[in-house]
Structure formats: structure tokens, C-alpha cells
Design a protein around this ligand. Structure first.
Ligand SMILES: [Fe+2]
Ligand SMILES: [Fe+2]
Length: 280
């Protein structure tokens, strides 16, 4: 697959008064994406360590270049999301202890105990999740009406997840193409990802004393049920990943959605994303 992967810096300021619930009228989606923001840096650092561990033994030069471009994009995602943490701190949220515990108790342990083929399989599956989340959020314009800075941050990230969606899967085919390896990685990743994301979002909502409000559960049902349909769509995307013939390149309209976001954000004055010079 010949995708083009450009590393970009997210240059828009996040140091302003972003509301706690920056998607108006939807504290659930705001909190889910705040949880995503908290979990992203350690998660993506794990992808980067995993791909870096594969590079020395990689014979395929094209795949190596794609992995390096992937690493450069993911590194910028972590930097940008961490900038937003200052807002979460100023808003009084407690999350840093939990974030550190997840990094030390899960990702650093995986580095030590999980074989490289399993780590690549975990990254391949979570990259599928990142790409289909981005795809669904962009396709349905879920963040329309959100605080413009947070909308830019999330949509830039989503667009790049769509852009590099096939790299980790193609790496897995090179490292360990066995179907059972894909399934094992998918079961572990899906369980972990959704437990951590929903647990962290619930903890943020509990700190706001919104968790047990009726409106919160109406928003949950709208997001996962009849509104955004994320429950059904998530199951469809996960089922696709388990089809033996699956390849992430097949995502109808995904490339156009991503290109539109990136063009809009880099073409604006001042731009909120700036392409980085290609490494030679
Ligand atoms: Fe990312
Ligand atoms: Fe990614």
C-alpha cells in the first residue's frame, strides 16, 4: 500500500480557557476524549518502543521508512496531548497517579515480559481502533460545535491515525503473520483499551459529580446507541479486524476525510498544524 505519511507539529495554542466539557451538551464524549488524551502519551510511547525494537532486524526498506514516518507522527501526538494536560491540572482533575500506574504497571511490564511478536500484535490492533475511532468521529462530524482548539487537536490526531493506519498491521504481517497471533493481540488490546478508556472517563465524570446523573446516561445511550451508533459500529470494525482477509487500507472514504482535515488545518492563517521537514 502506498500511503503518504507526513509528520506534522500541532502548533495551535491550548493554553487558554478551554471548558472542562468542551463538546457543549455532551459531558460524556468530552470526558471520553479527555480520557483518551490522558492515556495517549504512554500508549503511543509503547508503540514507538515496539516499532523501534523491530527496526534493526527489518530487511524491507520501504516498510522501514513507513515505520519511521509512523514513529515521527506518534511522537508529535504525545507532545500535543501532553500540552493539554496543563488544562486538566488547572481544572483540578486527579489523574496523574493513575496515568503513571498504567504506564508502569502495563506498558513497561509488556516491554519486559511480552515477546516482540505479541507487542507488535497489540500495536496493530490498537492502531485499528485508533483509525476507526477517527474515521467515525470525522465521518459523523461528532466534534462539530466543540471548542475549536480541542476540535483541531482531536481531528488532527484522528486524521493522522487514518493516514498511517496500515503501518502496524503490515509490520505484524512481516513479523508474525499467523492468524492466532492477530486474534490474541486483538483480545488483549480490546479488553485493555475499553477498560482503561471507560474507567478513566467514569473517574473524570465522578470527579465532576456527573456520573450518576440521568442526563449522563442518556448521553451514553446516544453515543453508543441510536445517536452516534458507536456500540454497533465498534463491533463491526472489530469483527472486520478478525476477518482473515482484513487489511486496514480498506476504509471507504477515510483518506478523503483525513486529507480534508489536514488541508483545512494547515491552510488556515495561522495554521494549527505545520508539516515537519522530511528526514533524509
Ligand atoms: Fe497517535
Ligand atoms: Fe497511530
Amino acid at each position: 500500500m502506498e500511503e503518504s505519511i507526513t509528520a506534522r507539529r500541532f502548533t495551535a495554542s491550548l493554553a487558554h480557557d478551554i471548558p472542562k466539557h468542551w463538546l457543549p451538551g455532551n459531558e460524556v464524549v468530552s470526558s471520553l476524549l479527555n480520557a483518551y488524551t490522558i492515556l495517549v502519551p504512554a500508549n503511543e510511547a509503547f508503540y514507538i518502543r515496539t516499532l523501534n525494537a523491530c527496526l534493526p532486524r527489518m530487511g524491507d526498506e520501504a516498510l522501514r521508512a513507513r515505520c519511521q514516518a509512523f514513529i515521527r507522527q506518534e511522537a508529535q501526538h504525545g507532545v500535543a496531548h501532553k500540552r493539554y494536560w496543563e488544562n486538566l491540572d488547572a481544572q483540578g482533575y486527579a489523574y496523574r497517579g493513575f496515568e503513571r500506574a498504567v504506564d508502569r504497571g502495563i506498558f513497561r511490564v509488556m516491554d519486559r515480559v511480552a515477546p516482540l511478536w505479541l507487542r507488535v500484535s497489540l500495536v496493530s490492533c490498537v492502531e485499528h481502533i485508533n483509525a476507526f475511532l477517527g474515521y467515525e468521529f470525522l465521518r459523523q462530524s461528532i466534534l462539530e460545535g466543540a471548542d475549536p482548539h480541542m476540535r483541531d487537536l482531536m481531528e488532527w490526531h484522528f486524521a493522522e491515525e487514518i493516514e498511517h493506519r496500515a503501518v502496524a498491521f503490515d509490520l505484524l504481517q512481516a513479523v508474525s503473520p499467523r492468524y492466532s497471533v492477530r486474534v490474541l493481540g486483538a483480545v488483549m488490546t480490546t479488553t485493555l483499551f475499553y477498560l482503561l478508556l471507560s474507567g478513566m472517563a467514569a473517574w473524570l465524570l465522578a470527579q465532576d459529580r456527573l456520573l450518576w446523573r440521568k442526563a449522563t446516561w442518556r448521553q451514553v445511550s446516544h453515543h453508543f446507541g441510536s445517536g452516534h451508533g458507536m456500540g454497533r459500529r465498534t463491533l463491526e470494525h472489530l469483527r472486520n479486524y478478525l476477518r482473515p482477509s482484513f487489511h486496514p487500507g480498506h476504509l471507504p472514504g477515510g483518506d478523503t476525510l483525513a486529507a480534508d482535515v489536514l488541508e483545512r488545518q494547515s491552510g488556515r492563517q495561522p495554521p494549527s498544524v505545520v508539516p515537519m521537514a522530511a528526514r533524509t
